[in-house]
Design a protein around this ligand. Structure first.
Ligand code: UDP
Ligand code: MG
Length: 314
């Protein structure tokens, strides 16, 4: 029988925290009596984490483990967890006990109010300023560009209905954007303020580069969620503005030329030509992107109809 809940716990070198985490989980799950699959995804740890979770799996039948041979990043670890999860609900949680297992019942109660996923909000966050400040900037930008009204996009603690995790793929560093990806698919995304603790064991796996990478990823995600099916809207409008400006400038100069004004040495002339060329390039880029997106759609439709046929034959 399928469990009600799957806990997906990605971990990378967390040997000190793991026994404490298990103890805290046992306490909550015992009390709440929720049939649970505890899924540890070991993201290529080089300390004793692998042995510790293997031992847990031997001693507790609810525990399942998956090992990566090398460190592939939190997104890949979560994605693998999502594929292996069997529960009706899936909760993701960091392994370092900064997320509080006591929040499990509250998350379940909240999603049952009629949401498809609930994202935790570390309202009182216990991390150093060099982490919290960039994170505030990142969250602000993510809110503005995506239109998803969350305070905290990157909280490790989240709950999903299984259909939601089945419908999104996270890779690279996309785990920071799961609420945006889910929202773009039409799932109802909510938020719950959750307790957050300082890290007591081990060290953080992320430095300041995460902020820079995060901003680049935000650009890609905004593009992917807003313009995948109509890239021409974006590139075409930029191209049109450049072309229009270029034409106006060149027309103005041409009129002057007919009136006998020498235009060869005017900076405006170069600007006009530049704008026309750049405008054309944006247009071409738009057309190529449309072609790619069209081909992708066709491919998806073909796969879909093949799957439908196979299902009919069964
Ligand atoms: N993690 C992982 N792979 C990585 C980096 C981190 O599985 O490459 C795990 C890590 O073990 C922890 C969670 O992701 O369980 C969050 O990482 P961390 O606590 O270092 O992030 P922070 O809380 O500092 O933002
Ligand atoms: Mg942490």
């Amino acid at each position: 029988m399928n469990p009600v809940l799957t806990l997906v716990i990605p971990l990378y070198n967390e040997e000190e925290a793991l026994p404490h985490l298990k103890e805290a989980l046992d306490k909550v799950l015992e009390r709440e009596k929720i049939p649970t699959q505890i899924l540890f995804v070991n993201d290529g740890s080089r300390d004793g984490s692998a042995d510790i979770i293997d031992k847990m799996a031997r001693e507790d039948e609810r525990v399942e483990v998956h090992h990566f041979k090398r460190n592939r990043g939190k997104s890949d670890a979560l994605d693998t967890g999502f594929r292996l999860a069997r529960g009706k609900y899936i909760i993701t949680m960091d392994a370092d006990l900064q997320d509080d297992p006591e929040e499990i019942p509250r998350l379940i109660a909240k999603i049952e109010e009629g949401y498809d996923m609930i994202s935790g909000w570390k309202e009182k966050r216990h991390d150093p300023l060099d982490k919290t400040f960039p994170s505030k900037v990142f969250n602000f930008m993510a809110r503005v560009t995506s239109g998803v009204k969350l305070h905290d996009f990157n909280c490790g603690l989240k709950i999903y209905r299984r259909e939601v995790v089945g419908s999104i793929r996270v890779y690279g560093e996309l785990h920071r954007f799961i609420p945006i990806l889910a929202h773009a698919q039409g799932w109802r995304v909510g938020e719950l303020s959750v307790t957050h603790h300082p890290r007591k064991w081990g060290v953080t796996k992320y430095g300041f580069t995460r902020f820079i990478k995060g901003l680049f990823d935000l650009l890609s995600v905004t593009f992917l969620t807003r313009f995948t099916f109509s890239p021409m809207y974006l590139f075409g409008s930029i191209g049109m503005v450049c072309l229009a400006l270029g034409f106006v400038i060149l027309a103005y100069l041409t009129v002057g030329w007919f009136m006998g004004i020498w235009i060869g040495n005017r900076p405006l002339f170069s600007l006009g030509i530049l704008l026309v060329i750049v405008g054309m390039q944006f247009f071409s880029l738009g057309l190529i992107s449309e072609l790619i997106s069209h081909m992708r759609m066709n491919m998806q439709l073909q796969i879909q109809s093949k799957q439908d046929k196979e299902r009919d034959l069964q």
